[in-house]
Design a protein around this ligand. Structure first.
Ligand code: HEC
Length: 175
């Protein structure tokens, strides 16, 4: 082998090992990135509110809804109706499936869909029609569906009734 040839061969080996090193470094970086991302996701998850916490928001919005409609404040009733629906959906996104005492899984979405199609739709139509009578019927129907889901998740003691005062002390329920 001439000197030139062996120099080229040495360079080739060097280049090859360099590429290998770069590939290894990239792999190490990927692994470190994935680990960092996993830690960040775990951190973010720990900051999420619990399902019960968001349900307390549902309680707040659904209670105010009753008083807004009682005062025939239909735009406000419409607002609280949409907030109620939004929070219910958020609560379910946080935990779509729950475990029963028996170990069996229960899917919450079908129950909420049933409520959206009946009670919540009745309320929406009543608000559009500005009908206090239809509103009350829809509200009672939706309330029965709140309870039905609580019964299904083995918390029958979470039994809503017609609220006695608005959850908000600051929002004026009068139109
Ligand atoms: C599809 C199922 C489902 C529906 C529908 C539903 N809930 Fe709930 N509710 C839950 C679950 C799940 C919890 C949380 C239980 C837990 O984690 O302890 C809960 C808890 C609650 C709590 C207790 C919150 C606390 O910790 O103080 C209230 C109040 C509540 N719901 C109100 C309502 C009202 C009002 C409605 C109807 C407008 C409603 N829920 C409809 C599933 C449902």
């Amino acid at each position: 082998m001439t000197l030139q040839k062996s120099a080229i061969a040495a360079l080739q080996i060097l280049a090859c090992s360099c590429v290998l090193h770069i590939a290894q470094a990239a792999e190490d970086t990927d692994t470190a990135d994935v680990a960092a991302l996993k830690a960040e996701i775990a951190e973010l998850k720990s900051l999420l509110p619990t399902q019960a916490h968001v349900m307390a928001d549902v309680d707040y919005n659904f209670s105010n809804l009753w008083f807004a409609a009682r005062q025939a404040n239909w735009p406000l009733a419409n607002f609280y109706m949409n907030e109620t629906r939004g929070r219910l959906n958020w609560a379910l996104r946080l935990k779509p499936v729950r475990k029963l005492a028996s170990g069996q899984d229960i899917e919450l979405k079908p129950m909420l869909q049933g409520m959206e199609q009946s009670g919540l739709t009745q309320i929406k139509v009543a608000i559009e029609k500005r009908s206090s009578k239809d509103f009350e019927a829809g509200y009672r129907e939706a309330m029965a569906q709140c309870l039905a889901c609580h019964v299904a998740i083995e918390k029958p003691f979470l039994k809503p009734h017609i609220p006695t005062r608005p959850a908000s002390a600051i929002i004026d329920m009068q139109p």
